[in-house]
Design a protein around this ligand. Structure first.
Ligand code: IVH
Length: 745
């Protein structure tokens, strides 16, 4: 399955949304970490760079956690709509702030790495995801982009297919000489799981083909029908076994069984809708290829329709949406694909999605419920975040009992600039509120019903003192968030910082998750109050009279394992270390950029120690890193100059050995690593197409000519850029020479 495809509405247990009751493995998703919620209520258009960076970090983390839950655990924690909304928000922010795009951007990944237990399959052609459209305007925009990219005349018809988007999991089937030789799940899009034995048990999947290309990879969706799902759950519960939250989970759980006999007993089905590697083309159109797959014996979706305009696409969408409830299997939208395979080839791919297709998703879900209380949580960076405690309500199949209220302005009915939102209606305890699940992993409150407000409900008073440590909680000018000023003395900040330190993308210490951190943080005998304490834990335990191994919940073995896990993390990668420090605004991608630039801890530390905010060579060098802006830079430099924070870092470093960063590998193409500029009219492709091709070959495409330019590709009408290139001695070639250079003349 892909990262962009439907997540299922599978969280039926309200406890899963209550951070206090969560499994530590899931905490990073459902935890209402105020530090991460700060800018979350803002429209991407309203975010400043710092807010955008924080949002991208939060979204990367939440999407990754959702992916893990979905792909590896078959236990989604968020709904389709919520997942899509997260990715959409991420894309919108990346589009506004391209420089802040993270190295681990969810848009650079599809799904998650394969789970342990299955053999791995490297996909000969990557298994991609689809871009999403949420309304008609997105569809019109998609068609317009395709036309522009291809340079189509306004009167030219663009044919597209429309077909249901099946809510199952994708599978790639490889046939050699007509025989099924391998079946693989998507995994992360590059590497999937080998589920050949299991796939052979599915009746819709032919084992032999007659008249097929010598090599044929068929791709499609494994799913379970509603009737089969209900019967399976009935059997499971009668036998005292596990029941599944929805058909998608049941299909995923059934296909990914280590014992194929279990899969055989589960009624799985398969629709073919795409292909990977082929020795001969199936047809010259999408619709023709699907028809050919059908002739070869594959089930293809009978609702697939060839359309000649966006109006026709929308009409098919509406018709399919109307049939959704009676189809007998889950679908979560309609997929549109450019019909001509020649145009598909020209349009090509972005990193994880084709430019020639889009998934038009069905809309998100809403529900009304009662607001029981508003709690304030304090996060790693001191942000005070209001959390709504709700009378549990089902929103799109998911029971929701907590939701974010963003910040004090949001509760009061104002936005960041003081303008009224919800027509200025404030939110009070006791109110009926509308919960919205498409906007976030964490549900949101969208509206309030003043007609149902109980008599005597009073406006919510946002605290100005930290509820955890009593320090002043202040708002900086222009910051929507009120923050505790307690710093290292605030226990809530300290414990959240520690949780961050041990989190998956940071030190990732097995056996030391959020739950254990909370326990050790409060422990009088063997406390962990700052990161350095983790690395003295074993020595302190050895010297203690009351040993850890004699405590409830611990044993000799588990303590030994924990200490070993800590030992192995004394050697750490530089990017992980920087990320683990939990410096505000420094997320995974920022850490990776810093690590790549400074390459070693001594170099990084020396630079941060020397740097002064806003001046000097070290500051300039920091800002010169592509992707590091002034807000991020100031945050790092300030941290290194804050005496208490700096001392804690120094205490930690006494226990660590930091691995230097190896120089990056550059792709092996004639233009890899080169900076190229296109100017003038290109005659054989549009500018966008040229740029995408160049980038795919490892070149950097710049907008203007400078001394750093390696190559100018000049078409007819090239003007000042060509002149400047000549002055600077930059090599200049025409479009044909460029195509010859990249091997596609
Ligand atoms: S086409 C290159 N067609 O949705 C893109 N995908 O969100 C190939 N899916 O990864 C996918 N129904 O798992 C395509 N009719 C359909 C689909 C479909 C469901 C899934 C598939 C894909 C995901 C993208």
């Amino acid at each position: 399955m892909t990262g962009a495809e439907g997540k299922s509405d599978s969280v039926t247990d309200p406890a899963r949304l209550d951070p206090a009751q969560l499994d530590p493995a899931q905490l990073d998703v459902a935890r209402l970490d105020p530090a991460q919620l700060d800018p979350a209520q803002l429209d991407p258009a309203e975010l400043d760079a710092a807010g955008a960076e924080a949002e991208l970090a939060r979204l990367a983390q939440e999407i990754a956690a959702a992916n893990r839950a979905y792909h590896q655990d078959d236990a989604p924690i968020i709904s389709d709509a919520a997942y899509d909304a997260l990715r959409q928000r991420n894309s919108a922010i990346e589009a506004r702030f391209p420089a802040l795009k993270r190295a681990d951007s969810p848009n650079e990944k599809v799904g998650d790495a394969p789970a342990a237990g299955f053999g791995k399959v490297i996909h000969a052609a990557p298994m991609l995801s689809l871009e999403n459209a949420f309304d008609e305007a997105d569809v019109i925009d998609f068609a317009a982009r395709v036309r522009k990219y291809l340079g189509l005349e306004p009167q030219a018809t663009l044919a597209l297919t429309a077909e249901p988007k099946i809510d199952g999991l994708s599978l790639s089937l490889r046939y050699e000489g007509g025989t099924l030789v391998q079946a693989a799940t998507r995994g992360d899009g590059e590497t999937g799981e080998n589920v050949t034995d299991n796939a052979r048990t599915i009746a819709d999947i032919p084992q032999q083909l007659v008249g097929a290309p010598e090599i044929l990879e068929v791709r499609g969706e494994v799913y379970m029908s509603h009737a089969d799902f209900a019967a399976l759950n009935a059997r499971q519960s009668a036998a005292g076994g596990k029941t599944f939250a929805n058909p998608r989970n049941a299909a995923a759980g059934s296909l990914r069984q280590l014992d194929a006999a279990v899969t055989r007993a589960r009624p799985l089905r398969f629709f073919a809708y795409a292909w990977g590697v082929l020795s001969d083309p199936l047809s010259d159109t999408q619709s023709g290829s699907i028809a050919r797959l059908n002739d070869l014996g594959f089930k293809t979706n009978p609702l697939t329709t060839l359309c000649r305009s966006t109006d026709e696409l929308i009409a098919v969408y509406t018709a399919i949406a109307a049939q959704r409830a009676t189809l007998g299997y889950d679908i979560d939208g309609v997929v549109y694909k450019v019909d001509s395979l020649d145009l598909q080839r020209r349009l090509g791919f972005r990193s994880t999605t084709p430019r020639w297709a889009i998934a038009h998703k069905f809309p998100a879900e809403l529900a009304w419920t009662e607001l029981l209380a508003i709690d304030i949580q304090v996060g790693r960076t001191g942000a005070l975040s209001p959390v709504a405690r709700l009378r549990p309500v089902t929103v799109g199949g998911v029971v929701v009992s907590n939701a974010t209220l963003h910040n004090e302005d949001y509760i009061a009915g104002r936005n960041a600039t003081g303008e009224p939102i919800r027509d200025g209606r404030d939110i009070r305890v006791g109110d009926w509120v509308e919960v919205y699940r498409a906007g976030d992993v964490i549900p949101k409150i969208r509206d309030v019903d003043p007609a149902r407000r109980p008599a005597g409900a009073i406006p919510f008073v946002f605290p100005t003192l930290c509820p955890e440590c009593g320090s002043q909680a202040l708002r900086d000018a222009g910051d929507a968030v009120r923050r505790c000023t307690g710093g290292m003395v605030c226990p809530a900040q300290a414990v959240e910082k520690l949780k961050h330190f041990v989190s998956r993308a940071a030190f990732d210490i097995e056996g030391l998750g959020a739950k254990q951190i909370e326990m050790f943080f409060a422990d009088p005998v063997l406390p962990i109050r700052e990161p350095a304490d983790i690395f003295t834990l074993a020595a302190r335990d050895a010297a203690a009279i009351a040993k850890l191994e004699n405590r409830d919940g611990f044993g000799e073995k588990s303590v030994k394992k924990l200490f070993q896990a800590i030992e192995t993390k004394r050697i750490i990668q530089l990017d992980r270390l920087i990320f683990a420090l939990g410096i505000r605004h420094v997320g995974e991608s920022g850490s990776a950029l810093l690590a790549a630039h400074y390459a070693s801890w001594p170099a990084f530390e020396a630079a941060m120690t020397t740097a002064q905010v806003g001046e000097g060579a070290a500051w300039d060098a920091l800002l010169a890193i592509d992707g590091i802006g002034p807000v991020v830079a100031a945050s790092i430099v300030t941290t290194f100059h804050q005496p208490a924070e700096r001392a804690a870092i120094d205490r930690l470093m006494a226990h660590l050995q930091v691995q230097d960063v190896a120089p990056r590998q550059i792709a092996d193409t004639p233009v890899a690593g080169k900076t190229v500029v296109f100017t003038g009219t290109l005659e054989r492709m549009t500018r966008a197409e040229a740029k995408a091709r160049a980038e795919a070959l490892g070149a950097r495409v710049a907008g203007s000519v400078s001394a750093k330019t390696d190559l100018l590709i000049a078409g007819p009408g090239a003007g000042s850029k060509a002149k400047l290139a000549a002055e600077l001695g930059v090599e200049t070639i025409d479009e044909d020479a460029w195509l010859a250079l990249i091997g596609s003349a």
